[in-house]
Write a protein that binds this ligand. Structure first.
Ligand code: 2AM
Length: 182
């Protein structure tokens, strides 16, 4: 019997508690004209969206990700953005940091080598971002004064469960970056 592709998975960065607190406060303050604010525990930056896979492939994906050897780095989110079609309010980077591209390249290389095609670098919009709220109407976007920073010391393989109201995410495995143990 063929195994069902019933698991919807992606690789992502989860901000630390302090950055999550800042992002969540921002989301609350900006999504005032309706829309759905993302729960603090769900705030993340998608590295690579894999999509529907089998349970066997989930195990394979975790093995592949464990082979990625990239240094830990500091990430600074220094801009807010809005995609009007779906009313997505997001936080991101004016310029994609080299270290972030390097991590994604290393992961994409290992995935490709194992036969997984990753079309959606940084998610469908191809811009590294953390979605703060959905279905927001015309927010006025302030300049993000002090950037929101965190030390990226790991990345995660995450499973997404779609519900009528919102998706929920479960971390299946985390992968430490080099130097993160210090
Ligand atoms: P979003 O936050 O911009 O909607 C889990 O669903 C994560 O993968 C989310 O961060 C989401 O981005 C992104 N995502 C969802 N569906 C996707 C798709 N079909 N292609 C690429 N990225 C997707």
């Amino acid at each position: 019997m063929t195994e069902a592709r019933s698991r919807r998975v992606f690789f992502a960065l989860w901000p630390d508690d302090e950055a999550t607190g800042h992002l969540s406060a921002l989301a609350q303050s900006l999504a005032t004209g309706g829309g759905r604010v993302i729960r603090p525990a769900s705030l993340h930056l998608t590295l690579a969206f894999v999509g529907a896979v089998t349970s066997t492939q989930v195990v394979q994906l975790a093995e592949i990700a464990a082979a990625v050897r990239v240094e830990a780095f500091d990430l600074a989110l220094d801009r807010l953005g809005f995609w009007p079609q779906r009313g997505i309010l997001w936080a991101g980077c004016r310029q994609t940091p080299a270290a972030l591209i390097h991590l994604l390249d290393a992961l994409a290389f290992e995935l490709r080598r194992a036969g997984f095609a990753i079309d959606h670098r940084f998610g469908a919009d191809r811009v590294p971002h953390i979605t703060l709220a959905r279905r927001v109407r015309c927010p006025s976007l302030p300049r993000l004064g002090t950037p929101i920073r965190w030390r990226v010391s790991e990345f995660a393989l995450v499973e997404s469960h779609l519900h009528p109201s919102a998706a929920s995410y479960r971390t299946l495995a985390s992968f430490a970056l080099k130097g993160a143990e210090a």
